[in-house]
Design a protein around this ligand. Structure first.
Ligand code: C2E
Ligand code: MG
Ligand code: MG
Ligand code: MG
Length: 289
């Protein structure tokens, strides 16, 4: 992660236990401040449908740059926000911001689907469906344009399945994120209606070098096909990875090969470039430094 987060990255720091505890307390305070001061941002990564060669959705990814400590990865601060009870508030901010953005793009990009990550503790809150319903009502976004990405770990939490069924009945789509890396049993797949499986980037990374990773991807694609899930591969960086996924019938891809997650104002032009340049071996939108 350090590489992706730039020079001021707090993760470069190799702490002792006491230093790690101090750092967590300091980070917790900064997280509270960031929420209060509205200093989170969302970046959006295009998802390309390989069947139509069009960008059909974007995934909203939270970004946090603190003036004092630099950029902190969501892989670091989202788990902390879960532990200190801030995930509900942060998650609601993410939902509201993403849905508002989808509405702002609606004229130019009327069918664009907005995918939002939901953490296990957020989903487990008793009021999660109400929060989603309230955000849809206040932004006026049609439910079918919103997708929630949940991990396998969230599926095993008590109460998760009825919540997901209710969300699905509201017309949202549900994607299982990082599929194949969690601890859930495959039997969960038949207990509620998910729409898409997202193949974790750790498998995509092995295309061309790991026959095990390739076999896992083929198995996920076959499973998804027979159970009626659409597949999304994440972390597609190289032409050879894309070719493998096309050959094996993966429906949708996202990754640096097409574009990194970008600030909102760069997305309409990026989507236009991606449509015009397809099928290109060159990334159409340079990754954010
Ligand atoms: P995720 O949902 O599985 O998101 C995929 C991650 O892979 C993102 O990292 C994305 O920027 C990165 N990525 C995309 N394309 C490529 C590629 O081609 N190569 C590589 N190496 N990486 C790629 P990011 O934004 O740092 O997010 C990390 C994780 O933090 C996410 O994993 C998700 O679990 C969590 N997260 C991010 N935003 C939110 C949020 O708004 N709410 C919640 N609850 N979790 C979030
Ligand atoms: Mg995701
Ligand atoms: Mg993922
Ligand atoms: Mg992940």
């Amino acid at each position: 992660h350090a590489k992706a987060c730039g020079r001021n990255n707090v993760e470069r720091f190799q702490p002792t236990l006491a230093q790690a505890a101090d750092r967590r307390i300091a980070l917790s305070r900064l997280l509270h401040d960031a929420l209060e001061q509205n200093s989170f941002e969302l970046a959006y990564q295009p998802q390309v449908d390989l069947r139509t060669q069009r960008v059909t959705g974007v995934e909203a990814l939270i970004r946090w740059h603190d003036p004092a400590i630099g950029t902190v990865s969501p892989a670091t601060f989202i788990p902390l926000a879960e532990e200190i009870g801030l995930i509900g508030a942060i998650g609601e901010w993410v939902l509201l911001t993403a849905c508002t953005q989808a509405r702002q793009w609606e004229h130019a990009l009327p069918d664009l689907r907005m995918s939002v990550n939901v953490s296990p503790r957020q989903l487990a809150r008793g009021d999660f469906c109400d929060v989603v319903a309230r955000v849809l009502a206040s932004t006026g976004l049609a439910a079918h344009r919103l997708e929630l990405e949940i991990t396998e770990g969230a599926l095993v939490a008590p109460g998760a399945l009825p919540t997901l069924r209710a969300l699905s009945e509201m017309g949202l789509s549900i994607a299982i994120d990082d599929f194949g890396t969690g601890y859930s049993s495959l039997s969960y797949l038949r207990s509620f209606h998910a729409d898409r499986l997202k193949i974790d980037l750790s498998f995509v990374r092995g295309i061309g070098t790991s026959s095990a990773d390739e076999a896992i991807i083929r198995a996920i694609l076959a499973l998804a096909d027979s159970l009626g899930f659409e597949t999304v591969a994440e972390g597609v960086e190289q032409t050879a990875q894309l070719a493998f996924l096309v050959d094996h019938g993966c429906a949708v891809v996202q990754g640096y090969h097409f574009s990194a997650a970008l600030p909102a104002d760069e997305i309409p032009a990026c989507i236009e470039r991606l449509s015009a340049q397809w099928p290109s071996a060159q990334p159409a939108c340079a990754p954010v430094p």
